[in-house]
Each structure stands twice: as structure tokens, then as C-alpha cells.
Design a protein around this ligand. Structure first.
Ligand SMILES: Nc1ncnc2c1ncn2[C@@H]1O[C@H](COP(=O)(O)OP(=O)(O)O)[C@@H](O)[C@H]1O
Ligand SMILES: [Mg+2]
Length: 328
């Protein structure tokens, strides 16, 4: 069972103590502390259908973690409201937590000095899980996340990638229909990231778990999420698919071509050279002024072509371009 999420005009302001520099400043701020308000969320609204997997992205300090904490019931907003499956998270914590798994990439829900398997036992007790059912579920997760060799290892001895796989299992032992992930791939190497991505994909597609993924890693988002939400300065600035975001930033396309001879790109009107490496050339063009087939035909007439691809610019550039457009 999984549930819809509705967030309406969520607001959260933190009061942060100012720290002054120098001895005089330190004394002054001890005697008369000054506070500054940080508007972490300045009115964020969105809705998620059951079974969606949505990527939350935005620069550091944008308000992503604050949003996840409110949806988890850990923080209470100062304004606005939200419901998850019809319940307000911070008002109905016990019922809410039973339906929800949360993983914070920079925190652990495992017991540092205990072997992984004992953490799982403790969590099963905390959630008061039915023994037989919990054993089946654990076995399934151990299989899917390849945790067999890790079960007797104390958590502090695990690599970050190993630990993150255990964190995912821990968050899912009680079979929640919702999973919130806050930077789950932070600091992981490429194979560890791929393993986690593969797992999340099957969790969402095969088991229908609703997933909110906040990440800095845009490759995670591109690989997993049809929908992405961009948060910046506590506001929701974009909600749609990657093509929609791309269209906001640029219509540019990239032609990568491997040539068997030399070519002077100046002989191709309407293109700019993005990169040149030996006989590989990356050209940017706007399909509104030059059509791809036309460009390819001209190119082939000038030099023998071995291979070519036409693509949109990579997601990092699109998102960087989107952010740049926000802060003129
Ligand atoms: N507990 C807190 N106390 C004070 N300020 C906070 C606290 N949590 C977050 N903030 C501030 O709120 C803003 C949003 O933070 P956060 O939601 O963690 O952003 P993100 O996860 O997108 O990087 C930042 O300016 C951050 O410094
Ligand atoms: Mg964060």
C-alpha cells in the first residue's frame, strides 16, 4: 500500500545566531546575541501520486532536506501544510512512520558497534514486526542488496557503499510504501552508485514504492526519475520532466562526429565547436536554424564520416544553465 503526498505552501524559517569575528565580536555576541532569519522554505507546493519516483534537486541550502524532514514528520512547518496518504505527518507520527522509510546519506539508523544483523533485529523489535514476515522480508532484502557477506560485520567497519546498502534494507524492513532518500549516493564510487540505482529502480517499478530522491548527483536523477522538482532559495522553481527543463534552458543539440579526414568547421554555417579531440569533433547547433539531416549531409560532403551521434547537452549543463538564469 502506498499513498499520495500533497504539500501546500510549506514554509519554514530558522533563527540562526550570528557569529561575529574577532575577540570584540565574540564578546559582543556572547553578551548580546544577534539572530538572523533563514527562510529555508518560502512556500513550497507539490503533489505526488502513489508509485511515482521524483527527483528533488537544487543547490546547497535550497531547502531540500528541510522539505524531506517536514514530509517525514521530523520538522513542523511554520506555515502551510501537507498530508501523506491523508495524514499530517507531525500530527500522526506513529502511523506515519509505519508507512515510511527514510534514508539520510549523512546519518545512520544502524548501531555503529553492532553487527548489521543485530541492527536489523533491533529495528524489527522497534517496529514490532511479525517474526515470520520480518524474516521473509529480511531475506528478500539481503538477496536483492547482496548483504549476505556483511551481516556479521560491525557497521563501523563497512565501506560507505556497503553501509548505504544496509541503510536501505534497514529503512525497508517494515515494508513501507514510501521511501524518502536524502543524498543516498553522496560520496559513493561509481559501482556502488550503480548498485543502489538498480535496486531503487526495481523497488519503484516492481513493488510500486513511491520514492522521493534528493541528490546532487544529476546522473541519479536522469537514470531514475521521470519527474524532477527544482528547489532554489526555498521555492519550487520547476516541476516537470527533463525535456521540459531542457526546453527552458536551451534548444541546442550536440553533434559528435568521428572523421576519417580533416575538416574546417568554419565551412559549416550555424555551428560552434564545443570540443575537438584528434579526429573527434563536438559541434553545437540550434535545430531551429540548421536541421540535423542538413548538417550531417554537409559534413559528409566535406570529409569521410566514421561515426556520429546527435544529442541534447548533458544534464549537468542544463541544470547549471537553469540556475544561472535564476540569478542574473
Ligand atoms: N536546523 C537548522 N538551523 C538553522 N538553519 C538551518 C537548519 N536546517 C537548515 N537550515 C538552513 O536552511 C536552509 C535550507 O537548508 P536545507 O534544507 O538543509 O538545504 P539543502 O538540503 O537543499 O542543502 C539553509 O540555509 C540551511 O543553512
Ligand atoms: Mg540537504
Amino acid at each position: 500500500m502506498t499513498c499520495a503526498i500533497r504539500a501546500e505552501e510549506l514554509r519554514k524559517t530558522f533563527r540562526v545566531r550570528e557569529t561575529a569575528s574577532g575577540l570584540g565580536g565574540t564578546l559582543r555576541s556572547l553578551l548580546r546575541p544577534r539572530y538572523r532569519e533563514v527562510h529555508a522554505l518560502a512556500g513550497v507546493s507539490f503533489a505526488l501520486e502513489p508509485g511515482e519516483m521524483v527527483g528533488f534537486i537544487g543547490p546547497n541550502g535550497a531547502g531540500k532536506s528541510t522539505t524531506i524532514k517536514i514530509l517525514s514528520g521530523i520538522l513542523v512547518p511554520d506555515g502551510g501544510t501537507c498530508t501523506v496518504g491523508g495524514l499530517v505527518p507531525w500530527e500522526r507520527r506513529v502511523e506515519h512512520v509505519a508507512r515510511l522509510g527514510v534514508v539520510f546519506g549523512q546519518r545512520t539508523q544502524l548501531w555503529w558497534d553492532l553487527p548489521v544483523t543485530e541492527s536489523f533485529d533491533l529495528l524489527a523489535d522497534i517496529y514490532r514486526l511479525d517474526r515470520a514476515r520480518a524474516a521473509r522480508r529480511r531475506q528478500e532484502l539481503v538477496g536483492r542488496l547482496d548483504l549476505g557477506p556483511l551481516l556479521d560485520v560491525p557497521v563501523r567497519q563497512l565501506s560507505l557503499g556497503q553501509r548505504m546498502r544496509c541503510e536501505l534494507a534497514a529503512a525497508l524492513l517494515h515494508e513501507p510504501g514510501l521511501l524518502f532518500l536524502d543524498e543516498p549516493t553522496i560520496g559513493l564510487d561509481a559501482p556502488a552508485k550503480l548498485a543502489i540505482r538498480e535496486f531503487l529502480r526495481s523497488l519503484n517499478r516492481e513493488q510500486g514504492v513511491t520514492v522521493i530522491l534528493t541528490t546532487h548527483d544529476l546522473d541519479d536523477v536522469e537514470a531514475l526519475c521521470r519527474r524532477l522538482v527544482v528547489i532554489h532559495h526555498g521555492r519550487l522553481l520547476f516541476d516537470g520532466d527533463l525535456d521540459g527543463l531542457r526546453a527552458r534552458v536551451t534548444s541546442e543539440r550536440r553533434l559528435t562526429v568521428d572523421l576519417d579526414g580533416d575538416l574546417d568547421p568554419a565551412r559549416l554555417p550555424g555551428v560552434t565547436v564545443v570540443a575537438r579531440e584528434g579526429r573527434r569533433l563536438v559541434l553545437a547547433f540550434d535545430p531551429a536554424t540548421v536541421s540535423a539531416p542538413e548538417l550531417i549531409a554537409r559534413l559528409a560532403a566535406l570529409a569521410p564520416v566514421r561515426d556520429l551521434t546527435v544529442e541534447a547537452p548533458p544534464i549537468e549543463e542544463i541544470v547549471a544553465g537553469f540556475y544561472r538564469g535564476l540569478d542574473p
